[in-house]
Design a protein around this ligand. Structure first.
Ligand SMILES: Cc1ncc(COP(=O)(O)O)c(C=O)c1O
Length: 385
């Protein structure tokens, strides 16, 4: 057999193949390069950076500590304490390399080939590859037009699988509020779904809850007869991150909160030191300065009100609900407007080709000053005068 000439790719890739499920996957990639120095309204990150206390805490790490594997117990305690309420213990808290790390581990621990993932569409893009790499079957129920309402009845019906040939979904994943539609679902309704499907692992991705306060935790942590707040929801996992509010996206730290038995099962597929010491130190400092996060969230909400007023006045079609982002539909093709905004130093995400929201741009919300800059550039680029 002749070897391929340089530059020519061989018909069969060199080296061993991965699992069949992995061979059919393409890596989940996001446009992350070259974003520094630009106005980043494309990933829903905190746009101003973390609390000065975080910066100080990281600077204070002695160099010899770099040589020591991280310690985690203090952070678990701090997360439990920061969530307030009664009954949460460190054993209820799973620590991950970002919420993406938690999502990956959950699928790894619970998803077997042929199992069903029940979720919504469109939603956060990382759920699908995680399900596919396990060989799961994905059932994604569309949000309901015209207002992108949560498809509650359809999800409820899809959960009711006993007797159906398909079996109960293995995982129900609800992003609340959802990205990119912002759709909000009342926490009580999520608890209702979890109670109706005890065989299904119900994962609530609450990455953006801080902007509207939608969370299943307050009802669970309210005073009740059972000392374990998750005793009534042993199949529920709640995901939280410090990426979008506290400004730690680059350090990668996320949490899964649930019944200790569930958290422990997910931890079985993780490495012993997956979260690095810088992330641990930063998270502790961020949790100790909740006032900084509260002030940032309040500023984003003020900026949101201002931009919504401008969009209404200029009669730009838009959709805004929960989260620190909104959708708007430019007059020109979304991809062209995205490119022109980039030229002007502003990053947003085109949603071209996405079900239900084709033609829109997702614009993350930052400070009033930042959204003022966005609006000026957008008006010019989309010919609003
Ligand atoms: C809904 C949702 N979940 C999870 C993530 C990942 O969060 P983290 O940065 O904590 O991994 C994102 C990031 O964009 C997200 O939008």
């Amino acid at each position: 057999m002749s070897s391929p000439t340089p530059g020519e790719s061989p018909a069969v890739p060199p080296g061993p193949l991965a699992r069949p499920e992995v061979e059919t996957l393409t890596a989940y990639s996001a446009p992350l390069e070259g974003r520094r120095g630009l106005l980043r309204l494309d990933f829903n990150e905190n746009t101003v950076g973390p609390s000065p206390q975080v910066v100080e805490a990281i600077r204070a790490i002695p160099a010899d500590h770099y040589a020591i594997y991280p310690e985690y117990d203090g952070l678990r305690e701090a997360v439990a304490a920061s969530l307030g309420g009664r009954g949460l213990t460190p054993a209820h808290i799973g620590l991950f390399n970002g919420v993406d790390g938690a999502i990956h581990a959950i699928f790894h621990a619970f998803g077997a080939p042929g199992d069903r993932l029940l979720t919504t569409s469109p939603t956060f893009g990382y759920y699908t590859p995680c399900a596919r790499m396990q060989g799961m079957v994905i059932e994604a129920i569309p949000y309901r037009l015209p207002a992108y309402d949560f498809p509650f009845e359809a999800i409820r019906a899809a959960l009711d699988a006993p007797g159906s040939a398909k079996g109960a979904p293995r995982i129900l994943l609800i992003c609340n509020p959802n990205t990119p539609t912002g759709t909000r679902l009342a926490p009580e309704r999520i608890l209702e779904l979890a109670a109706a499907a005890p065989q299904t692992l119900v994962v609530v991705d609450e990455l953006y809850e801080a902007f509207t306060g939608d969370s299943v935790l307050p009802p669970l942590l309210a005073p009740g007869p059972n000392p374990d707040p998750f005793a009534v929801a042993p199949n529920l996992l709640v995901l939280r991150s410090l990426a979008k509010t506290a400004g730690l996206a680059g350090l990668r730290i996320g949490f899964a909160i649930g019944a200790p038995a569930l958290v422990e099962r997910v931890s079985r597929v993780c490495g012993p030191y997956d979260i690095n010491s810088f992330a641990v130190t930063a998270a502790l400092a961020a949790l100790a300065d909740q006032a900084y996060v509260d002030a940032y969230v309040a500023e984003v909400l003020r900026a949101r009100d201002g931009l919504l007023g401008q969009l209404r006045q200029a009669r730009v079609r838009h959709h805004a609900a929960g989260g620190n982002y909104l959708l708007l539909w430019p007059r020109r093709p979304a991809a062209a407007v995205e490119a022109d905004l980039r030229q002007a130093g502003i990053l947003v995400r085109s949603m071209a080709g996405k079900p239900l929201i084709d033609g829109s741009l997702r614009v993350s919300l930052g400070s009033r000053e930042q959204m003022g800059r966005f609006w000026q550039a957008y008006r010019r680029i989309d010919g609003l005068g």
